[in-house]
Design a protein. Structure first.
Length: 200
């Protein structure tokens, strides 16, 4: 706050509260007038009041000979929600390159393994986000990559969002070695999207 702004608020405080005496009164009451909200670390209680659900889900996929495993968090077309992916942990049974990317098509099969982490929102309700997988004869051609040793977990994490998934998009991870078992766990937030947030 600039000195001019502080002087204006000080004059306002003196007039409204009928304060007397020398010195600025703004510094004494500024934190009470303007409480600080940490927008980078929003507590679960506030997320609940904002209508945001915190969810997670994961699965393990046993690939077959000459097939490549892919696991995906997908936001169904027409869901009307935004998914903010905050963390992914994945690993595989073989030393290989693992790749990931955002895709606009859902993987073939869906699991009902998703859960909402806030039990105030019900223990039976499923999130909008879906955990899906495919065993594909074609090797995945994704953008980002990392090479991992067998059974070595790898974590991608960003509390502000690894990816923001609009309806009809998904975050997909794949293994570049065929006949390998892969597992992945996803953590995300979801909420109803405002009309202006959805692409036309």
């Amino acid at each position: 706050m600039t000195q001019i702004q502080m002087s204006r608020y000080d004059a306002l405080l003196r007039r409204v509260a009928d304060l007397k005496g020398p010195g600025s009164k703004v510094n004494d009451v500024l934190e009470e007038l303007f409480p600080v909200i940490d927008v980078e670390n929003v507590p679960g209680e506030l997320l609940f009041l904002m209508g945001t659900k915190v969810a997670y889900g994961g699965t393990s996929v046993n690939a077959e000979a000459a097939s490549f495993a892919k696991i995906q968090l997908f936001n169904p077309t027409g869901s009307g929600h935004l998914l903010t992916l905050t963390k992914v942990i994945f690993s595989g049974t073989v030393s290989s390159r693992y790749v990931w990317d955002i895709k606009v098509t859902p993987e073939t099969a869906a699991f009902n393994v998703e859960r909402i982490l806030d039990t105030r929102q019900g223990t039976d309700e499923l999130p909008v986000g879906q955990i899906r997988f495919t065993l594909d004869v074609a090797s995945p051609t994704f953008t980002a990559t990392v090479r991992l040793l067998a059974s070595t977990p790898y974590k991608l994490e960003n509390e502000n969002g690894l990816a923001i998934l609009a309806p009809g998009t998904g975050f997909t991870i794949g293994c570049l070695t065929p006949n390998a078992t892969m597992e992945a766990s996803f953590y995300w937030r979801e909420r109803v999207a405002e009309p202006s947030e959805l692409l036309l």
